[in-house]
Every structure is written in structure tokens, then in C-alpha cells.
Write a protein that binds this ligand. Structure first.
Ligand SMILES: [Zn+2]
Length: 269
């Protein structure tokens, strides 16, 4: 089956792609996926080390692009400290030519995660705001991670009205999605939309307009039904797209076309 999708968010450098769940390794898998018609991937870093891995990997595939950022879960555990991470990130992003050479199209993923306890709310907000400021200065779109932190995430993005981007694997309410859409944001759907208990996200799918809808794997995470809990990859986007099509009253073909066009527009590809 051809994979006529643009995967707007994945982590193909992740160790899981080199472990027993995928003994062939990420490279063999990606070769197969692109040969099957995968239309593009944004390979998303989460700290300085994984940002570099994402860049190296993307150089091997013409249709793979990179987002680099400091994930809220990585803020507490980084061995170079938050200031070290921010300095390395800025060094990667500041020069436009170098950015283009590295196929870096966005700053992310960044945001807030209050799911895993304990977390340092002040430190997460500090790092998130510093990266929003960087995105404003460099005029880059952002990829937002918001888990169990909807109110604070919304407040932070509203402080930077010039910055645009996507809420990846969106998990907030339909009301908040409406407010974000009004402010120019995109909403991305992952395999979660195919889960039986995903009533809230299916409601969101109904209200997101044609020009703001994105699709993603978040591979190796968030595999759609019937692969829930297994390793995820872009070859499984069809299942997510089918659930998204059903929930939103669109055809699978329209979901594929709209999400591809929107991803390219948002990231300037
Ligand atoms: Zn992710």
C-alpha cells in the first residue's frame, strides 16, 4: 500500500529503532518507507544530543527535514544544563545558511509536560519562553509539546503573538483548539485519535479547518489502533488518517492531501 502522507512529527534516531522491536534498524526501514511513497518526515530532536542525531540522519534522505529544540522532559535531565542547551540550540539555528544545509525547518519540540512527576514548572516555563523568544528572533515556526499543561501552554504562546506553529499530538479541549486556530496555530493528530477512549480528540477533529490540520506518528511512540503499544512508524499513518477522516467527516484522500499541503506551508518546504 502506498504511503501518501507527510509525517509532520517523528523521532527516527530513537534507540527503539535500533533495538529488538526493529532489528533491521532505522535506515533500512526508512528506505522501505520512502520507496513505498512516504512524502516527507519532520525528524524532531529533543535536546542537543538528539538534535545532532536528527540532523545526521536527515542528510541521508532527501525528503527528511529537521526540527531542533529542548523538550520539557529533557530540561531537568540534561548534562550540559539548561543554559548550555539553549546556547547549543541557538548556535545550531542562528545562521540561515547552516540551517538550510542541515534542513532545519522549525524550532521544536518545546513546551510543557506536567504528566511525569516530579517536574519543575518554573524551569520548564523558563526554557519554553526562552525558545519562543528564539523563534521570534529567528522567524522560525515552532513545534509545541503540551501534556497535562494546557492552561500554561496557552498562556505562554499568547505571550508571543508573532510566533506560529503546531501543537503536536494535540490533547487539549475543542474550545482551546478554537482559540489557537484563531491565533494562527495548526493542530496535529497522532495515533491517539484512533483509540477507543479518544472522544475528546475526535471532537477536536470536527472543528479544525482544512487549512490547519496536520498528521503525525510521533514514532516510535503513539502507534494507532490496532498497533497500540507497539513501535510506531510512518507506514502506519493510514490507520491514523482513517480514524481522523471518520471523526472529521473527510475522506482519507482529503486528509492525506490537506495534511501534506499544510505541513509544507507551515514549515516552508
Ligand atoms: Zn515527539
Amino acid at each position: 500500500m502506498a504511503i501518501n502522507f507527510f509525517d509532520s512529527h517523528a523521532h527516527y534516531y530513537d534507540d527503539r529503532f535500533y533495538g529488538e522491536e526493529n532489528p533491521q534498524g532505522a535506515e533500512k526501514l526508512l528506505e522501505e518507507l520512502f520507496a513505498d511513497g512516504l512524502l516527507g518526515v519532520i525528524n524532531v530532536g529533543t535536546n542537543h544530543r538528539s538534535n545532532l542525531r536528527a540532523i545526521e540522519q536527515a542528510k541521508k534522505y532527501p525528503l527528511m527535514y529537521v526540527a531542533a529544540g529542548i523538550h520539557p522532559e529533557d530540561v531537568a535531565s540534561t548534562d550540559i544544563g539548561v543554559e548550555g542547551e539553549l546556547a547549543e540550540l541557538y548556535a545550531l539555528l542562528e545562521n540561515r545558511e547552516k540551517r538550510e544545509e542541515n534542513k532545519m525547518v522549525a524550532l521544536g519540540e518545546i513546551g510543557l509536560d506536567y504528566y511525569w512527576e516530579p517536574y519543575d514548572r518554573d524551569q520548564q516555563i523558563y526554557c519554553f519562553e526562552a525558545q519562543m523568544e528564539m523563534a521570534r528572533k529567528l522567524d522560525l515556526p515552532v513545534v509545541i509539546h503540551d501534556r497535562e499543561a494546557h492552561g500554561d501552554s496557552f498562556d505562554v504562546v499568547c505571550k508571543y503573538p508573532e510566533v506560529r506553529g503546531v501543537f503536536h499530538s494535540y490533547s487539549g479541549s475543542a474550545e482551546m483548539a478554537k482559540e489557537l486556530i484563531k491565533r494562527g496555530w495548526y493542530i496535529s493528530f497522532s495515533g491517539v485519535v484512533s483509540f477507543k477512549n479518544a472522544a475528546k480528540i475526535k471532537e477536536v477533529a470536527k472543528i479544525v479547518p482544512d487549512d490547519r490540520i496536520l498528521i503525525e506518528t510521533d514514532a516510535p511512540y503513539l502507534a494507532p489502533h490496532p498497533f497500540r503499544g507497539k513501535i510506531n512508524h510512518s507506514g502506519r499513518l493510514f490507520y491514523t488518517a482513517t480514524a481522523l477522516a471518520e471523526a472529521s467527516g473527510r475522506s482519507v484522500e482529503d486528509v492525506a492531501r490537506l495534511t501534506r499541503e499544510n505541513t509544507k506551508r507551515l514549515f516552508g518546504i
